[in-house]
Design a protein around this ligand. Structure first.
Ligand SMILES: Cc1cc2nc3c(=O)[nH]c(=O)nc-3n(C[C@H](O)[C@H](O)[C@H](O)COP(=O)(O)O)c2cc1C
Length: 212
């Protein structure tokens, strides 16, 4: 495959001001629903999360969106991870979704804060047992000697919680990203793409069209 010259043609219905929701969260929900309806899109809730650490270094990684409501976007992770330390230093984060089959991108910017213990407990309880044990076994973002050590840690926690519910480790939980900016990008022919940007204007959202 030649990266230099490979090109996709984007021929989709245009994104029009008169057709999008006044509330960008509702618009994101619509696009997520549409992405879930496309069979070839796996994990439409996967999003690239960018953070800035204490030294001003930007880093990005994928996480899974696990909740979307009037407050914003929710994801779960380790509170001791590299991303968590960065959020502690700089709570402003950015997120990007990309659904190639729909020629769509969504960008979100906002402020991340830990979710309530109750919400994290409830989500942790809904996870498969293996994932729950994995959260105990992995000290996310820390170095580890080898894969066998991780397997040993997993075996240790399987034994420790045998016959019991697995409680949520305090090192693990959710974040809520309260958005201040959302941008919806719809690919169009000749690279004349649609971009509609929502910006918080007090309690309301303003919508502006941006050049592609
Ligand atoms: C599709 C996909 C989804 C992921 N979802 C999560 C997630 O929801 N939470 C998480 O902590 N890591 C998730 N990861 C792993 C992260 O990308 C990352 O490796 C991990 O969180 C450690 O990042 P950090 O060291 O920057 O904190 C996912 C990775 C991929 C590829």
């Amino acid at each position: 495959m030649n990266i230099h010259s490979s090109r996709d043609t984007y021929a989709s219905a245009p994104l029009l001001e008169g057709e999008v929701a006044a509330d960008p969260i509702e618009q994101l929900q619509r696009w997520l629903d549409e992405a879930y309806a496309v069979q070839e899109i796996r994990e439409p809730n996967a999003m690239c999360l960018s953070t800035v650490d204490r030294e001003g270094r930007v880093s990005s990684r994928m996480v899974l969106l696990r909740g979307l409501d009037g407050r914003g976007l929710t994801f779960y992770t380790s509170y001791f991870s590299r991303k968590a330390h960065a959020i502690e230093a700089h709570p402003r984060v950015a997120v990007a979704f990309y659904w190639p089959a729909l020629h769509r991108q969504v960008r979100v910017e906002g402020t991340a804060a830990p979710l309530s213990e109750d919400e994290s407990d409830a989500y942790f309880a809904s996870r498969p047992r293996g994932h729950q044990l994995g959260a105990w076994a992995s000290e996310q973002s820390e170095r580890i000697e080898d894969r066998a050590t991780l397997a040993e840690r997993m075996a240790h926690f399987e034994e420790r919680f045998e016959g019991d519910d697995v409680p949520r480790p305090h090192s693990w939980g959710g974040y809520l990203i309260a958005p201040t900016y959302l941008e919806f990008w719809q690919g169009q022919p000749n690279r004349l793409h649609d971009r509609l940007a929502y910006e918080r204007d007090g309690r309301r959202w303003s919508i502006a069209r941006l050049q592609p």
